[in-house]
Design a protein around this ligand. Structure first.
Ligand code: ADP
Ligand code: MG
Length: 700
């Protein structure tokens, strides 16, 4: 029963049994209120719904029994030092031995004569059939730890799953107070559970159908809100006006003739599509997709120069300072020849370039930008969000480099709209670039628009990266190979897998790996460590050292994905390769093979299943990012490609990202609703939730 004076906003310390040590643990999971707890969804359910009579128990099956406790006692084993608790329980059909390890307190807490529900597996031992360390609770209590489908949550050290379920059970009655916010017609049309019902059932479902229904409803919710937010922004975006930037074909041809290479066919098409979009008053919102190294930057830069030629300013944004600097180098190569004034603006750098490079203060640079003297500003994402006042900014290019993140796309629109472009009543055209090749069909399903340019071919003359799956037997041989490469002056990356769910634990795991490699395997080499828990400056410092070859081997979590260019690195090692999606592995691989030396990618894996083996085998066989993306889509669903990990979505939505049909449904329902009611006047609660969702979206 709900208790008085307690509601969904009450702190978790109001729960029974939640002393300071537990509330701290809950805080560390981001759970502060009862509402937070309700929205901490399980990631799986253990099926103990099969209740059987003791006489019918078969070994190794997940079962539940209801039985009276006959006896319980701790026994000693001298050689193992382990505390063992032995009990006997019986029902009408017979009696059964039960055993627990290292929980001597059970002798006290279990009461002889009491009837319990036990869930677990029985094993055939020398002493006969024995139930092994089952969960249990008093039979007359609600099914929380035993019987039915038992929820399994991501918990943390010092907070047992049992305790967590005990807390969850207490908040379930308050779920009834969750207000429905989806329009009734959607619920009816899609045959959805109510919000409250779905939240209750996601924690304690009666059966598999309940799980499905709850997952579908809650998964839909987040996808739907994302869709609403994106579609509304899209409609609004298209109502804006942008500057017509004429295509100056002659000028573009002149640039092309001065490049040291010829554009590939796909680059030419992408460039044409982009400058054509920019010549309209409808603001562009184009996505430029192309594999790592496919040459997206030059396409964007030419589009920018075309705008400069017509007197307008442009901005080219990268996710990190190092990348911005890299872009700036590329820009300078051409800008010099055409006397285009450009600048690099990041938190720590302000450099302008016209024929020669000039250091200047940030103030000076901002002024030149404001006066319109500088035509192309290269910078980090932060640049357009901060107080940069342009004179006439007509085109913004945003390079996301790392994976896509479905949420980001609507965020980009927002930021671009807010730029101080200096032009009354217009917004800049927007080109975003991504290195994750998303199959067109999927992009269509998610975004419902066709403004996508694909660069599928790589420029001529690129060397293949030799890729090999490495089993534990060949590990030391591979380390030897790395050592030889380093002797030749090359460098290596070692990526550690995401075994753990939390950032802190990932950092811990990668630190341990670092210690091992640094002290045992490569004690004589400089080994660096990079993970997401480091501050941005620390990360950049390490990357800088690595790029100057002051570090030979860089151990990293997947943060290294962000498209850094270290031409001298020739070895990419990926530990636990089977844990990553193909597209992601391909992204890692793209970190090497950027210079003139032959490069290598080693996929470490421990006894993979046949299926896993076949999956990662495709990396040995192809270097084509689109093929790999399609394979990922077929084998693992779209979540991987849509940037689930850094999307900020809940576990559940991540699962729903695998469900193409649900994505489609959510897009269609969102479109239908906006057509009727763009302002969402008819559904204020939904509107509120969407606002909250938008607030939580930001770059890493
Ligand atoms: P990405 O698509 O990963 O951003 P970049 O734009 O950084 O790739 O291009 C990678 C490298 O390829 C750059 O050094 C660029 O100058 C070069 N490049 C781009 N287009 C071509 C081409 N058509 N032929 C040869 N080299 C090219
Ligand atoms: Mg790039």
């Amino acid at each position: 029963m709900p208790r008085e004076n307690i509601n969904l906003n009450s702190p978790v310390s109001d729960l029974k049994g939640a002393g300071p040590q537990y509330t701290n643990k809950l805080f560390s999971l981001g759970v502060e209120t009862l509402r937070d707890l309700l929205f901490h969804f399980p990631f799986r359910w253990d099926d103990f719904s099969q209740t059987v009579a003791i006489a019918k128990i078969k070994p190794d099956e997940k079962i539940t029994i209801v039985a009276g406790l006959i006896s319980v006692k701790n026994i000693r084993t001298f050689h193992t030092k382990m505390a063992i608790t032995e009990a006997v329980a019986s029902d009408n059909s017979g009696s059964l031995k039960i055993i627990w390890y290292n929980q001597p307190f059970l002798e006290q807490s279990l009461k002889e004569g009491q009837s319990y529900r036990f869930s677990g597996k029985a094993k055939l031992t020398a002493k006969g059939l024995t139930l092994q360390a089952p969960s249990f609770e008093i039979a007359s209590r609600e099914k929380t730890q035993t019987g039915g489908l038992i929820p399994v949550y991501h918990v943390t050290e010092g907070l047992s799953p049992k305790m967590f379920r005990y807390f969850i059970r207490q908040v379930i009655p308050y779920a009834t107070n969750l207000k429905e916010y989806l329009p009734t017609d959607i619920i009816q049309r899609q045959n959805f559970l109510s919000f409250a019902e779905a939240v209750k059932k996601i924690h304690f479902p009666e059966n598999r159908q309940d799980v499905m229904a709850a997952k579908t409803r809650l998964g839909f919710d987040e996808l739907f809100i994302f869709q609403l937010s994106y579609q509304i922004k899209k409609v609004r975006w298209q109502k804006n006006k942008a500057i017509k930037i004429k295509r100056d074909v002659k000028f573009i041809k002149k640039i092309l003739s001065k490049l040291p290479f010829e554009l590939t066919r796909d680059q030419k098409i992408a460039l044409w599509e982009t400058v054509s979009d920019c010549s309209q008053t409808v603001p562009m919102n184009r996505l430029l997709e192309g594999d790592v190294g496919s040459g997206k930057t030059i396409v964007a830069v030419i589009a920018c120069f075309n705008a400069s030629q017509k007197g307008y300013q442009t901005a080219l944004m990268a996710p990190t300072e190092i990348l911005a600097r890299q872009h700036f180098e590329e820009v300078k190569k051409i800008a010099g020849q055409f006397n285009i004034h450009c600048a690099l603006l990041t938190n720590s750098l302000s450099i302008s370039f016209r024929k020669r490079q000039h250091q200047s203060t940030k103030e000076q640079l901002l002024q030149k930008i404001n006066k319109g003297e500088i035509k192309l500003v290269v910078g980090t994402h932060a640049v357009i969000q901060k107080n940069v006042n342009f004179k006439n900014l007509a085109l913004v290019v945003i390079d996301e480099q790392h994976r896509f993140g479905v949420k980001q796309r609507s965020y980009l629109i927002n930021t671009t709209e807010k730029t101080r472009d200096g032009l009354p009543n217009t917004v800049p055209h927007l080109l975003s670039m991504t290195a994750t090749p998303i199959p067109r069909s999927l992009a269509l399903t998610v975004f419902g628009d066709l403004n996508i340019s694909l660069i599928k071919q790589l420029p001529k003359g690129r060397r293949k990266i030799i890729t090999k799956i490495i089993t534990p037997r060949h590990r030391s041989q591979t380390y030897q190979f790395i050592r030889e490469q380093i002797k030749k002056g090359r460098q290596a990356f070692i990526i550690c897998p995401l075994i753990e769910e939390s950032e802190i634990l990932i950092a811990k795991a990668v630190k341990a790996e670092y210690e091992k490699l640094n002290q045992e395997i490569f004690p004589d080499l400089t080994v660096g460590l990079l993970h997401g828990k480091l501050k941005t400056v620390e990360k950049e410092q390490i990357m800088k050292k690595f790029s100057q070859n002051k570090i030979s081997i860089l151990i990293s979590t997947s943060v290294v994905e962000v498209g850094i260019d270290i031409p001298n690195a020739t070895v990419m090692v990926i530990e636990g390769a089977e844990r990553f999606g193909l597209s992601q592995l391909h992204q890692f691989r793209g970190r090497v093979g950027r210079g003139k030396h032959q490069s290598f990618c080693f996929l470490f894996t421990e006894s993979p299943s046949q299926k896993t083996w076949e999956r990662i085998k495709s990396l040995e066989q192809t270097q084509d990012g689109f093929k790999l993306a399609q394979k990922d889509l077929n084998m693992r669903g779209p979540g991987e490609l849509l940037g689930e990990r850094q999307s900020g979505f809940s576990n559940l939505t991540i699962a729903s990202l695998r469900n193409i049909q649900l994505i489609k449904t959510s897009r269609m329902e969102a479109e239908t609703l906006i057509k009727k009611d763009l302002q969402l006047k008819s559904c204020p609660l939904l509107k509120k939730r969407m606002k909250l969702f938008n607030k939580n979206v930001h770059f890493e």
